[in-house]
Design a protein around this ligand. Structure first.
Ligand code: F58
Length: 831
């Protein structure tokens, strides 16, 4: 690859640093109109809203450009160690608002556009968010790269440019129907394709032994087919600090070699099909939650992006003359769950087969270049790739994995002589139900560090998921509690609260979130409380207008806003929340209580179900049917409403979370690795009703028992009940309120008398209930009564709400990044 001019440039501008447009309304308008004319090819008077949005995006990009180029130059020159974040998912959310914030252009853009007769908010709502992730794991990656840029830490994020992100959810007769997410269809102003920097990725074929010129026995991989990875770069701007890191997402294309043979054979149609076959690799994000499917295409995606990323990084290193023996001085690859773990044998293959390293030498380098984050505790969520598939798709990698495993097991046997059962337990190769590679074990063996994502989760990871490994290498295991970016989820999402905070304690909190502590003295201040409440009310009005326009949902005034937003999964227990709603309704219908006894409450759900997850989809159907009934029954006198806007995503979260009073974090203890929505709610002043699970534990410790509604069994109690034998029907039999609620569903109250429609949901709860919703029902209802009691005392509620904001600064992803740097990466910020 050659870069730069063919001869020395002589024009002074050619060597001058790149300049930014003037940071003023005039400068902005000039740039905007220029983009509209030259990029979109239209005049203002004939421009569509989409033209205007695209021109606006280009304008803001132009302000970031000089910083991006300068960041790249600085980082290259400083020759520092960088973070390579390897993640199959980035749930970025809309880019424009964040870019305006990072450049401090919000006000200028607003005024400038107004002078052009345009409205910034309208243009912002034109943006389709890149939904290149499923949920928490993908959103976490997006928060982390934001924090690293803001903290001036060199980082390159690597991932996949899915042509279709997470599906768009619609409801038809209350049932989820998935639509393709065509996020690229109206243009993609935030990406920079670099086809000239494409890399080739091989698949299939076989391996063969040969003797090299030095007489060494070597192996080579003779692949059967290949595709091209085309990099698309995205800017990752730091907040007001001049740094712009890079996110590099790979798109799959057919190589020429791929279809040349077929063209020559004269089968044009087949050649075109071959092209489609290659491009399928980055076509669509797998919409799974928690249970990976062992799909061939998924493994292709994983290897595809990892091979592109390693090739990209290593080519750069070689071009710059670095010695790959010292690779760990230059990079630490963070494995975001097991999805990128195939990078481990890939690096071994590059070093041994391509670079001529001895095996041991290569293993030393490889072991120091990776660290692994686990995001789950569900056993079925741990990826196992069948050796049959791996051998077919990546034969050389399978051989390498076998050799890594052999050497690892030799170490185990040397440490525990005679303990063959342990060696078998720890093998990376599972024998049942089919022969497969346990990717989490491979990651654990190869990683310098292994971390869980909240204190409880890291403990359970050590004790329950990887106990043999934590016994063998206790120092390898660590915790880094997750965090969220305060830029997007407070400053951008809650502008009035942000202003109130900044007016009260200055604006340092945006990059130093622990400073929110300085708000504590104001928790009792009636004037501050009034302002705080007024802001919550404003956020509710903003949500109301959005939902009305977006979904035709009308939210009543003055209700407690009770919000449960997250993927639909049995372990998260949306059904428990639903049973609470049904129970309140049932008590009014049956005359046990008067409607006027209810605290006026609106429950908002947001949840996508994996398209193949029947129980989750049935639960969505039931929620919608309950909503229909409850919202239209005059007996409730409007005191209980259920809203379920479709297609919950980052954009909706930014409006919903700031409006919430109550945050539902009600997973069965020991099941939610961390949760990050819980942090966003607390930082925006919602109180949590939650179990002792994931990061809830740390939230409660920080905000204090009085400002958190704890309920349910803790993890040891769950384990004990499980061991004893859990029988949900006993709870149904002994708790009249629970029984009445379940009976109501069974009797067809939400299905026009049809007693079968929700039979499977009820049957599952009564006879299986793997996540023990019935066992926690009573305690949940009692905690909800405490919520109502507190809400009745608005001063007390507001005080708790302010204290939640003041005491949860710990959950900034900046702090998470500091922890990763100190405990895992040992990299330095640039300043
Ligand atoms: C989530 N995992 C955890 N997985 O469930 C959540 O507790 C945690 O806060 C978050 O990670 C961040 O650490 C998660 O989102 C996925 O979405 C996978 C996608 C690929 C298939 C398997 C699930």
């Amino acid at each position: 690859r050659t870069y730069g001019p063919a001869s020395t440039p002589t024009h002074p501008l050619a060597t001058a640093p790149v300049s930014s447009p003037a940071h003023s309304v005039d400068g902005f308008v000039r740039e905007f109109l220029h983009e509209l004319n030259t990029n979109q090819g239209v005049t203002l008077s004939l421009s569509s809203v989409n033209d205007q949005y695209l021109a606006l995006a280009s304008t803001v990009k132009n302000y970031l450009m000089a910083r991006w180029l300068e960041t790249n130059r600085k980082t290259r020159d400083a020759k520092v160690k960088a973070v390579g974040y390897l993640s199959a998912e980035y749930l970025l959310g809309r880019q424009l608002g964040n870019a305006l914030l990072a450049t401090d252009l919000g006000e200028i853009a607003h005024k400038g556009l107004e002078l052009c007769g345009l409205d910034l908010a309208t243009l912002r709502s034109q943006e389709v968010e890149p939904g290149l992730g499923n949920g928490g794991l993908g959103r976490l990656a997006a928060c982390f790269i934001d924090s690293l840029a803001t903290m001036d830490v060199p980082c390159i994020g690597y991932g996949i440019r899915y042509e279709y992100g997470i599906f768009r959810q619609t409801f038809v007769d209350g049932r989820q129907v998935e639509q393709p997410d065509t996020w690229l269809s109206l243009g993609s102003p935030w990406e920079f394709p670099h086809p000239e920097a494409s890399v080739q990725v091989d698949f299939g074929g076989h391996t063969e032994k040969y003797t090299d010129d030095d007489g060494r026995e070597r192996t080579r991989w003779v692949p059967a087919w290949n595709v091209l990875g085309v990099p698309y770069n995205y800017m990752v701007p730091g907040y007001l600090n001049g740094r712009v890191n890079t996110l590099r997402l790979w798109s799959a294309q057919a190589t020429k070699a791929f279809d040349l043979g077929i063209f020559n054979a004269g089968d044009y149609a087949q050649a075109v099909r071959a092209q489609t076959f290659a491009e399928n690799i980055s076509k669509v994000l797998y919409p799974e939650d928690s249970t990976p499917q062992g799909k061939e295409l998924r493994l292709q995606q994983q290897y595809f992006f990892v091979a592109c990323s390693l090739r990209d990084f290593i080519n750069n290193e070689l071009e710059e003359g670095f010695d790959l023996h010292n690779l760990s001085d230059r990079i630490i690859f963070q494995l975001n769950d097991t999805h990128p773990v195939i990078a481990v044998p890939e690096l071994m293959r590059i070093l041994v087969d391509e670079q001529g390293f001895e095996w041991d030498e290569a293993w030393e380098v490889t072991k120091s270049c990776f660290a692994y984050t686990c995001h789950t505790l569900l056993p079925e969520a741990l990826e196992v790739w069948s050796t049959e598939l791996l051998g077919r798709l990546l034969p050389r990698h399978l051989e390498i994995i076998f050799q890594i495993n052999d050497e690892f097991l030799a170490e185990v046997r040397a440490t525990y002589p005679g303990d063959e059962i342990r060696a078998r337990r720890m093998s990376m190769i599972a024998e049942h139900p089919e022969r497969g590679v346990r990717m989490a074990y491979l990651a654990t063996v190869a990683g310098t560090k292994v971390n869980g994502v909240a204190a409880l989760h890291s403990q359970l990871l050590r004790d329950k998921v990887l106990p043999d490994f934590s016994q063998l290498w206790p120092e390898k295991f660590t915790n880094v509690t997750n965090g969220v970016t305060p830029r997007r989820f407070v400053k951008m999402a809650n502008p009035h609260l942000s202003d109130l905070i900044s007016d009260t304690i200055g604006n340092g909190w945006v990059t130093d979130l622990e400073r929110l502590r300085e708000l504590e003295p104001y928790a009792d201040d009636p004037e501050f409380q009034d302002k705080f409440r007024e802001i919550k009310a404003w956020n509710k009005r903003r949500l109301t207008s959005l939902l009305e326009a977006r979904d035709g949902i009308v939210l009543p005034d003055g209700h407690l806003l009770d919000v449960m937003v997250k993927r639909l999964h049995e372990y998260k227990r949306q059904s428990l929340k639903l049973l609470h709603i049904i129970s309140l309704y049932e008590q009014v219908v049956s005359g046990k209580i008067a409607a006027s006894d209810l605290t006026p409450r609106t429950v908002v759900f947001g949840a996508k179900a994996a398209p193949g997850y029947k129980m989750a989809k049935d639960t969505i159907h039931l929620i919608n049917k309950v909503a229909e009934k409850v919202n239209n029954d005059p007996v409730l006198e409007g005191r209980l409403k259920v809203a379920f806007p479709a297609n919950y995503n980052v954009t909706l979260a930014e409006k919903l979370i700031p409006a919430a009073d109550l945050s539902e974090q009600i997973s069965l203890a020991g099941m939610e690795a961390s949760g990050t929505g819980n942090m966003k709610f607390a930082l925006n002043g919602a109180l949590t009703i939650g179990t002792d699970d994931g990061a809830n534990v740390e939230i409660r410790e920080l905000v204090g028992d009085k400002h958190f509604f704890l309920f349910g069994m803790d993890e040891p109690a769950v384990a004990e009940l499980g061991a004893k034998g859990y029988n949900p029907i006993t709870y149904y039999e002994s708790q009249p309120q629970l029984r009445a609620a379940l009976d109501m569903v069974m009797n067809g109250a939400f299905s026009d008398g049809d007693q079968d429609m929700f039979g499977s949901v009820v049957h599952n709860l009564l006879h299986q209930d793997r996540f023990m919703a019935l066992a926690d029902f009573e305690s949940y209802v009692a905690a909800q009564a405490k919520v109502e009691e507190k809400y009745a005392d608005q001063a007390a509620w507001t005080r708790s709400s302010i204290l939640n904001v003041a005491r949860t600064g710990f959950f900034s992803s900046d702090r998470s990044m500091r922890d990763y740097i100190q405990r895992i990466w040992h990299t330095q910020p640039m300043i």
